[in-house]
Write a protein that binds this ligand. Structure first.
Ligand code: GLA
Length: 388
């Protein structure tokens, strides 16, 4: 069974109900930003590669009202209230979730904007720890809220980069640009091809109603700041240094094989993933542009195997979910998506089979692992925006 996505209106109503409960008033400025799922191009956004994500119909909504002080007070579901002094330089706090707020405030301060005091409540339909960029959604929602509070509009790229910097400096994850770009640039019925060398997004129509995108959260959690992500990124930097080219975009598979001995096994396999995944993503972009999706299943399968065997960021649960999906009628392709070490898979399937595919994935995954997954379908959704 496919879980139903809450509408933005429902989320806004919930955020305002929380505003009345905690702060005795409705919000006057409301911002929303979506999570993302990546169709292909994994772990290459920090290697100058191409990625092909879309914003999903799962949002973080922040409802806020100015409070006339220089303090921000924020509530988020089960988290303790975060209180941030907006007149002081921002520093990392022990209250982990408040660091996203601090990081985004710092970004605005660096641009010369002073965020006015406000009270806010945050609600979310983006599963956290599900590899669907709930943190990028939070950063982009806050940045959009601050635009609303200040009555300004940043350039979208500037906003996405500001959010990425918050993630680097205040959450300790040296991520690439994919998540924040997807959350900021998302558009209804459009995939976002991002050239991560030039930071250029290009929209690719995805409006065929006969095709559906299914996201399956294995509900096995990961923490990207625990070192696995950073070590992968470091190894790719070693790889390109050994190859001796300025960018992965100039490296070929022959270059990787030529340096195999010098690289050693791990760096060799990580490098092979980068070069092959860049090629697969370019091929997938061609497939979506021409509408000939006959090779998309193979590209997704090869991407998954490469992430599992060469990049080593998959896990049993992800492998199993992909294996279940791939075998089902109506499925074009499936793979793990996002940073890995748990999180979600993405499945492309014919819409007429989507309910049955979701149901079978749910049943078989639960029977094998004892874990109840969260599975939903999504279409490419609208990126970060103000609601009022
Ligand atoms: C995480 C990071 C992204 C990207 C993916 C892997 O989601 O935040 O920048 O590197 O992992 O593709």
């Amino acid at each position: 069974m496919l879980q139903v996505n809450q509408t933005i209106n429902d989320l806004v109503a919930n955020a305002n109900a929380d505003m009345r409960r905690f702060y005795g008033k409705d919000g006057t400025v409301v911002a929303a930003a979506p999570g993302r799922v990546n169709l292909i191009g994994e772990h290459i956004d920090y290697c100058d590669g191409f990625v092909l994500p879309l914003a999903i119909e799962r949002y973080i909504v922040v409802s806020a009202k100015p409070n006339g002080t220089s303090e921000a007070r924020l509530h988020s579901s089960d988290q303790p209230e975060a209180i941030v002094d907006l007149s002081a330089p921002q520093e990392i706090s022990n209250l982990k979730w408040s660091n996203y707020i601090r990081g985004v405030v710092k970004g605005f301060n660096d641009l010369g904007h002073e965020v006015p005091g406000f009270d806010a409540c945050i609600v979310s339909s983006v599963p956290s720890g599900g590899g669907l960029s709930s943190s990028a959604a939070l950063e982009c929602a806050l940045a959009t809220l601050f635009e609303g509070l200040l009555g300004i509009a940043l350039d979208i790229r500037e906003k996405a980069l500001l959010a990425q910097k918050a993630e680097h400096e205040f959450a300790g994850v040296p991520c690439g640009i994919m998540d924040q770009f997807a959350s900021a640039f998302g558009e209804v019925d459009q995939l976002i091809k991002i050239d991560c060398r030039t930071s250029e997004p290009e929209m690719l129509p995805f409006s065929n109603p006969d095709l559906s995108i299914i996201v399956a959260n294995t509900c096995v959690s990961h923490d990207l700041s625990d070192g696995g992500y950073a070590s992968r990124r470091k190894t790719t930097e070693d790889g390109i240094a050994i190859i001796g080219k300025e960018s992965w975009r100039e490296a070929t598979i022959e270059d990787v094989f030529a340096q195999k001995t010098k690289m050693g096994d791990i760096t060799f396999r990580r490098s092979r993933h980068v070069v092959s995944e860049i090629q697969r993503t370019m091929d997938a972009v061609t497939a979506f542009k021409t509408g000939d999706l006959s090779n998309i299943g193979q590209l997704m399968a090869d991407s998954h195997s490469s992430l599992r065997d060469d990049f080593e960021v998959s896990c049993e649960e992800l492998d199993f979910m992909v294996e279940i999906a791939t075998a089902l009628p109506g499925v074009l392709g499936a793979r793990m998506t996002g940073g890995g070490f748990g999180g979600s898979t993405v499945t492309l399937c014919e819409t007429k089979h989507a309910q049955e595919v979701g149901k079978t994935m749910h049943e078989r995954y639960l029977a094998k692992t004892g874990i109840t997954p969260v599975i939903f379908a999504t279409r490419p959704a609208k990126g970060a925006h103000l609601i009022s």
